[in-house]
Write a protein that binds this ligand. Structure first.
Ligand code: ARG
Length: 572
């Protein structure tokens, strides 16, 4: 338990012991909010301002502080002193160090993990790329936030289902087949992959400006897909395969995988009963020839279900998909990691599910995120101003490789480490801000070994590993944790102590960046400790304690990086 929470709980207990009958006493959670860190460490590690209780206890803060100090019976955790109406706590630093480190080291790499999710299932819809389109940097956030959340929930014992809800339905695929039949060749497309498909699509639109019959031909091909015509299906499935083959390379580099690739087309034959049910429940109304669910009571535009021509849309498929997922996986939560531009879409979809009477509609959550720009430039597929994700990742690895060549020319397996650092730099940059904020990706920031970056945290991890290798060669006695009573050790221990709480908060808020922040703080605190203390000096019980702290730091950084999808090289 985080120390603040613990002191708050013990204060609540003490409060009860002194004033068992007092009405409206704050509980432990409220007390936790009142606890402060005094600006001057001489005033204690934490302070409780007793004026907060003056009203409910009808007593002066000075008297309250004195009473509490006299009754406080937890000197093993902290000493409590009354001063000017404050109850100041001085942690028992040695005990705190011992407890924290024993807990981390006994967990053997699982420190912070848990079983609270046992028996619960979380579906995560993330990455969800579009067929016949290159994987561009705009898809990085959905992929990495989703991947990280998945690892976080796994670590807390949940069963997770990773779903890549492919964008594989729409009239554009008719146009693409049409373009392929007119101007494409098998070899060209096989070789060019998604790039060749994109080029065909662009050509279709260019030529359609002068030849309006093309649109009709495109529609006719889409109709053939809808009807399951064998030739149309064969080409369509081949396009899908090519796209997924390309995407697999990117997923491999990022270490990302899915349990299901059931995309939009998967729901085509499952929509009819859902539309019927909407009709039976009296939710469908006609509007200008189309069928919609009216959401005016909710101050939202109507949710379009069937177009004038009877075609379903994106929302129809999402409603069907949600029902399918609940029936199939019985999820306790279904998360949609999708950019904030689709905010209205998901509010509409979730509201329609609620109106249909599904109590689990409240368990569907849109985990939205901001835009990514590149070196200060906004990206737009329409203007052709895009950055392909695999290019970005390859560049990152190459740049990391050049830095390694310069900094550690003698390193073994440079290629492997360059890959870990390059990808880590990109992923860290993506997950270092509150997800709803827009981010700008910049090489100089991402690859700076001294800033708040992936390489910096990885380097700190490697530094711990190197120290532990040296320590293993010494015959150190058992650790004397009381030696870790200095401010640097204590600051680091506190961050390590609250790491399990950070994981839970990140899970509750769907916010991987909290873990990025925590590992960065831990890395910085470790480096401060490292510069102030000669860790192995003396080879005594105090050195052994510093080594234990180093080992705990290494474990926590490794876990934290894992949870945000970054590898932790042991040497770099
Ligand atoms: N393919 C969509 C896009 O790239 C994202 C799909 C998100 N998931 C969903 N169930 N709608 O914009």
């Amino acid at each position: 338990m985080d120390m603040l929470t613990r002191i708050a709980a013990l204060t609540a207990e003490t409060l009860d012991a002194v004033w068992p009958d007092a009405a409206d006493k704050p509980d432990a959670a409220a007390l936790r909010g009142f606890l402060a860190v005094p600006p001057d460490p001489a005033m204690g590690d934490y302070a409780f301002p007793c004026f907060r209780l003056a009203k409910s206890l009808r007593m002066s803060p000075i008297q309250i502080a004195q009473k509490l100090a006299d009754t406080w019976a937890h000197a093993d955790v902290a000493r409590a002193e009354a001063l000017n109406g404050y109850l100041n706590f001085f942690l028992n630093r040695g005990n705190f160090a011992k407890e924290t480190l024993e807990t981390v080291l006994a967990a053997g790499g699982n420190y912070g993990g848990g079983t609270e999710g046992t028996g619960k299932t979380i579906c995560l819809d993330y990455s969800s790329i579009n067929i016949a389109k290159r994987f561009h940097i705009g898809h990085l956030s959905t992929t990495m936030i989703g991947h990280s959340l998945r690892r976080i929930y796994d670590f807390l014992g949940y069963k997770t289902v990773g779903i890549n809800h492919l964008g594989d339905w729409g009239t554009q695929f008719g146009k693409m087949i049409c373009a392929y039949k007119l101007w494409g060749t098998k070899e060209e497309v096989e070789q060019g992959g998604v790039d060749a498909l994109e080029a065909l699509y662009v050509r279709f639109h260019r030529e359609a400006e002068n030849d309006p019959t093309l649109e009709d031909q495109g529609r006719a091909w889409f109709k053939r897909i809808e009807d399951g015509d064998p030739e149309a299906m064969e080409i369509f499935n081949w396009f899908k395969e090519l796209t997924l083959k390309d995407a697999a390379k990117t997923y491999d580099m990022l270490g990302v995988s899915f349990d299901s690739y059931a995309g939009e087309s998967f729901y085509i034959d499952k929509m009819e009963p859902v539309i019927q049910s909407l009709r039976d429940k009296g939710l469908l109304t006609q509007s200008e020839g189309a069928w919609v669910v009216d959401l005016s009571e909710d101050n939202m535009p109507p949710c379009l279900i069937l177009k004038k021509d009877g075609a379903t849309i994106y929302a129809t498929r999402d409603i069907t998909a949600a029902i399918y997922r609940q029936d199939t996986y019985h999820f306790d939560k279904c998360l949609y990691v999708v950019a904030y531009q689709q905010d209205l879409h998901f509010r509409q979809v979730f509201r329609v599910l609620e109106k249909m009477g599904y109590p689990w509609a409240k368990d569907c959550v849109h985990v939205s995120f901001g835009m990514i720009s590149f070196e200060g430039q906004a990206l737009s597929t329409r203007k052709g101003n895009t950055v392909h994700l695999d290019d970005l990742l390859h560049d990152a690895v190459e740049k990391a490789r050049a830095i390694i060549e310069e900094k550690s020319p003698n390193l073994e397996n440079k290629d492997e480490v360059a890959r870990q650092i390059g990808i880590g730099a990109v992923v860290y940059a993506d997950l270092s801000n509150n997800r709803i904020k827009d981010i700008d990706f910049s090489w100089s920031r991402a690859l700076n070994f001294d800033g708040e970056t992936g390489p910096y945290v990885q380097y700190t991890h490697a530094r711990c590993c190197s120290l532990l290798r040296k320590a293993a060669e010494l015959a150190l006695p058992a650790a004397d944790y009381a030696a870790l009573d200095d401010d640097e050790s204590q600051a680091l221990l506190r961050l390590i102590g609250r790491f399990p709480d950070v994981i839970r908060e990140a899970a509750d808020k769907y916010e991987p960046s909290m873990i990025t922040r925590a590992v960065t703080d831990i890395a910085q605190a470790y480096n401060k400790f490292y510069y102030e203390h000669r860790i192995l000096d003396g080879g005594d019980a105090a050195a052994a304690a510093r080594v234990a702290l180093t080992q705990a730091t290494r474990d926590v950084i490794k876990t934290g990086l894992w949870l945000i999808g970054i590898e932790a090289p042991e040497r770099m």
